[in-house]
Design a binder for this molecule. Structure first.
Ligand code: AHR
Length: 300
């Protein structure tokens, strides 16, 4: 005998792998792509995970379907980044009834379900909005601001808007959503240029929409960063490049590279260890003193 031992010498880890279902909300932005890469690089078989990754393409119904599949597969841990805050009650209750622990990633939920998740990891969106607002209050106190909102009803949109408006809400003359994408950001700013000819500063909830705004502003014969200043959130490479090129004026970072911390949390949750209820990812912020070398050294 002994033939059956062959598998034991393999390095797949066999039954010891933690089975994780991860529902990513989409691939709408540079931030999201970097976040997905970070998650996939950390939740590898080598690190002890058997990952099922599903991209919901910014559609809640796709996410709900993926979550139900994870319950049916009886994974060890469900992780997900919810596209919007509300509408999860039913599926969260189903998950809870199944006994599978939930790790919430990046965005947040609003639900009637009690203790809907074990732990959440992400950025402080409200503080990001406040930091952006403080820059405006200090550097452009008379600016007429157009707010380019992310996906309406998402934690990132709701909280950034709240933080920003807490500081300089009186300066905001108009708002529209660009759904966190470059194309829709461009369209929203094309409309804003018509509707609010006096606007001279855009606060955009992410870099991608801000890059779309640059296209719209230039197409209208105006100079981004001068005629219309741009204050953004994320700090992906293209966004920081726009800062070096003086088309963006200020960028509040939202760091997407927390796969390692997530992997650690998931391991603890799978083992039934105590975990903190929240883990806030550290953010920086950048102005036009950033150099090309800084941008080139950026990992994403
Ligand atoms: O939830 C985080 C936000 O989602 C990022 O700031 C944005 O780029 C992404 O689409």
């Amino acid at each position: 005998g002994g033939g059956g031992d062959a598998g034991a010498s393999g390095d797949t880890g066999g039954d010891d792998l933690i089975r994780v279902g991860f529902s990513q909300l989409g691939a709408e932005s540079g931030w999201r792509t970097a976040n997905t890469e970070s998650v996939k690089e950390s939740l590898t078989e080598e690190n002890g995970f058997d990952l099922t990754f599903v991209d919901a393409q910014q559609k809640q119904e796709n996410q709900i379907r993926a979550l139900r599949d994870f319950v049916a597969q009886d994974v060890d841990v469900i992780a997900f980044s919810p596209v919007i805050e509300t509408g999860w009650d039913e599926v969260l209750q189903e998950i809870q009834d199944s006994g599978i622990p939930v790790v919430l990633v990046d965005r947040t939920v609003e639900t009637d379900v009690e203790d809907p998740f074990v732990t959440w990891i992400g950025a402080d969106f409200e503080q990001e909005g406040r930091t952006a607002g403080e820059w405006v209050a200090e550097n452009a106190p008379d600016a007429k601001v157009f707010e380019l909102q992310g996906t309406l009803g998402s934690g990132a949109q709701v909280d950034r808007e709240e933080g920003f408006n807490e500081v300089v809400g009186e300066q905001v003359i108009g708002r529209a959503s660009g759904n966190f994408t470059r194309a829709e950001g461009r369209t929203a700013v094309e409309g804003a240029l018509q509707a609010y000819p006096e606007m001279n500063l855009i606060f955009t909830h992410n870099d991608d929409m801000g890059l779309g705004a640059i296209e719209a502003i230039e197409a209208a014969g105006k100079v981004p960063g001068e005629d219309i200043q741009i204050v953004s959130v994320d700090g992906v490479r293209d966004g920081l490049q726009a800062l070096v090129d003086k088309k963006f004026n200020y960028v509040v970072e939202c760091n997407p590279v927390f796969g390692d911390q997530l992997a650690e949390l998931i391991t603890q949750v799978a083992n039934g260890d105590d975990v903190p209820e929240t883990t806030v990812v550290e953010d920086a912020s950048f102005d036009q003193t950033i150099t090309q070398a800084d941008v080139d050294a950026r990992a994403y």
